[in-house]
Each structure stands twice: as C-alpha cells, then as structure tokens.
Design a protein around this ligand. Structure first.
Ligand SMILES: [Zn+2]
Length: 88
C-alpha cells in the first residue's frame, strides 16, 4: 500500500523535508492538497499545516511552505511480505 507524506520546502535555505502528516489513500492525500489550495485548513488535527518552521543547517530560522503530499511507493518486497508470498 502506498503512503503519502506532507512535503515542505524552506524558503530561506531551500531544504525539503517531510512533516508529520501522512495519508494512506490517494483520495485523502488529494483532499489535503485541495483544502490547502482553497485556504481551508485545520478541519482535523491530522491535516497538514500550510507553514512550518525550519531550523536551517546554519542555525537560521526559515519559513517552510507546504508543497503537497508526496507519494511513497511501497517496495515490492514489502508488498510480497504483506500478501504472504515470501512466507516459508
Ligand atoms: Zn531552512
């Protein structure tokens, strides 16, 4: 099963990083992105925030913005394990 993680980019240093929010379906991930684009956030505590503080590598404090929900494909081995195909 694929997973989608909230991706942010720091405006100051350019670093990309994941927030704590994730979704397990494309529908939920798309919903988070659409809500953010519409300026609707905070509908539930699990939704991503539009802005995020970033502690940059040089000690600066940057402002990171929400880019979207990035898909994290499941590795084939994990899928096989989940379906029981690799069991002895
Ligand atoms: Zn930064």
């Amino acid at each position: 099963m694929d997973k989608y993680k909230a991706l942010y980019k720091c405006r100051l240093c350019g670093a990309r990083f994941y927030g704590k929010t994730f979704a397990t379906t494309a529908r939920d991930a798309a919903g988070y992105v659409v809500h953010m684009a519409a300026g609707v956030c905070g509908l539930s505590p699990t939704e991503p925030t539009g802005l995020h503080l970033h502690e940059c590598a040089d000690g600066s404090m940057g402002l990171a913005v929400f880019l979207g929900m990035e898909r994290q494909p499941t590795r084939v081995a994990e899928e096989k394990t989940e379906s029981g195909l690799l069991e002895d």
